[in-house]
Every structure is written in C-alpha cells, then in structure tokens.
Design a protein around this ligand. Sequence first.
Ligand code: COA
Length: 329
Amino acid sequence: MNLRTQILGVGHYLPEKRLTNADLEKMVETNDQWIVERTGIRERRIAPPEHATSDLATIAATRALSSAGVSPQDLDMIILATASGDHIMPAPACLVQARIGATNCVAFDLSAACSGFVFAASVADKYIKSGTHKRILVIGAETLSRIVNWKDRETCILFGDGAGAAVLGPAQTDSKSEILSEFLLADGTLSDLLTNRAGGSRLPLTHDLLDQGAHLVTMKGRDIFKNAVRTMSKCASHCLEKASMTLDDVHWIIPHQANQRIIEAVAKQMDIPREKIIMNLERTGNTSAASVPVALSEALENKIIKRGDVILITVFGAGLTSGALLLRY
Ligand code: COA
C-alpha cells in the first residue's frame, strides 16, 4: 500500500512586542513611506530578552500538537528549521524535545534559512512515506532580531521574530488531505548574497570582528530580489507539473513572506490572481523559516483556508535555497 502524508495540525506564536516603521525611524535613517513602498512591511514582532528561538518554537509546537490531538510522547521525530538557533550546539530541536517532554523521538535541526520549513516538511514527508516514522513535528522558528544589524537600514527593516509548527503523519485511507508534491533547489555559488560572515568556523569571533558587526546579517538586496522571483516561480511551476496540476486547481498560494514586491513579481510572472495569495508580512516582516507556517496557521485560525483546499507554498532563502510544496489540506 502506498503511504501518503498529511498535516494533522498546525500552530504558531508571535511575540507581543511590535516594532513599527515609526519606531525604526528613530533608530536608522529611514521612513515609513520608503519601507511600505519597497517592502509592504508596517511592523514586525520582537521576542523578549528572556526568549531564544527554542522558546518561541516550544510555544508553536505545543499549539500544533494540541491542534493535531497528538501527545508529545507519540512523536517519532522533531525537525526544527532555523537560522538563528539558541547556540551553535546543541541543536534547539533537542531543547524543544526536552521542554515538551517528547521522550520517544529523535530531534535535529535543519539549515536552509528562509526555505527551512519547506525543506523540513519535505524530509518529514519522506520518512512518513517510508513507513518508519508516524508522527513528525516540523517547526520553523527564528529570533532574527538577535542577528540583525540594527545600524544597517537595508536589512534591519525587513526581519521579525516568530515560530510556526505542523504535525505530519500518515493520511487515513479515506482522507483527501495529503502532500501532493515537492521540489527543492540550492545554488551555493550565490552563498555570499545573504550571510553572517563571522561567528562560525570560517571566521571565529574576535573582538575586532565583533566591533565590526561581522557576525550580523549582511545582504545584497537587489540580487536576492531577482533570484527570489526566478526561483520561487520555477519551484512552484515544477511542483505543479510533478502533481499534474495547474494553478486553476490551487485555492491558495502561500509565498515566503519576504517582500510584497517579490510576491507581486512572482504573481505577475506566473499569472496568479491576487485573491489567491496569502500575505501577512505587513504585520510580521520576514520571519524566515517561520514565515510559511505562521501564515498557514493564521489563515486556518481565521478560517480563510479550510480542510480540502489545495495550497501551493513557494519559498527562497540564504544558501541560496528555494523550494515549493503542494498539498491538499
Ligand atoms: N530607508 C530609506 N532608504 C533606504 C533604505 C531604508 N531602509 N534602505 C536602502 N535605502 C536606499 C539605498 O541606500 C538606495 O539609496 P541610493 O539610491 O541613494 O543609493 C535606495 O534606497 C535604493 O536602494 P535599493 O537597494 O536599490 O532598493 P531596493 O528597491 O532594491 O529595495 C530591498 C531594497 C532590500 C527592500 C530590496 O532589494 C529587497 O527586498 N531585496 C530582497 C531582500 C530579501 O528579501 N532578503 C531576505 C531573503 S530571505
């Protein structure tokens, strides 16, 4: 019998503190009009000082488990996608595992930056389809506010903190919900477009590097923009093709919430009607690996997406990585 994977439940968490464009005007030389026109972002959430990525992830995970009706002891695997883990080691996935009391499972991180949730869901899908694992918690969580350069106006306006999670499991024989197809890409030749130069084994932190802020995010925005539009469209098209479906079969598109103009350019290139696009970046900014599961969870909570709807997710991120996931919820 061919096993299929379905999403059993989702959850998300956004920290309470809002950082508005007006707040940013007091921190760097920028203004609300520029930020809204160039990105669509009006505010983003910032985690409190006592919270790190695993704390945000734990809250989202608990909510996803409750929505799925799955107990932590029934989990076989936790995959946490993040670019802003609590430490270089141990993996924050293990910290989440301990905190939720998931005593019978393996836990590990996955590094694909903003594409992380789609990559992690794709890995989980393969384990479930192989029959070896039955309940997998997939999390995208970030506290990017800790690794952003708050003096760099080109990057600090973009990012926010948050976490989203989904529990995946085998679809019942009579269930229409399933992951229909996936398509993942990476192009390491473009790795310098978005990076934290220092703080790893390439450039271990020194006082000088720290003073330069070399451990913080640096980005070539225009190049990223062009690549994002190209790869998000390409991955989405391949994903549809693999499932022998067209955009007419799709109820909702959830693109990575990086920049409204990027999303509009993808929509134009692929001829996607605006009303099919889920967008929350105005309130969240770019929460990297958390962006897609937060948008999905919010859309379910607000009863925009319903069981049976076909959803096309398309993402890109540092690496450069990109990917798409097509599913019937
Ligand atoms: N406020 C005001 N002016 C700003 C600014 C800010 N926050 N940031 C940059 N500018 C200025 C630039 O210095 C430049 O000035 P100049 O013309 O005098 O040199 C001007 O605005 C235009 O800059 P440019 O870089 O061409 O703007 P842009 O239209 O490409 O928009 C980004 C910049 C970053 C918003 C856009 O390139 C982008 O979103 N790229 C993708 C980034 C991304 O998604 N990263 C995450 C990947 S997961």
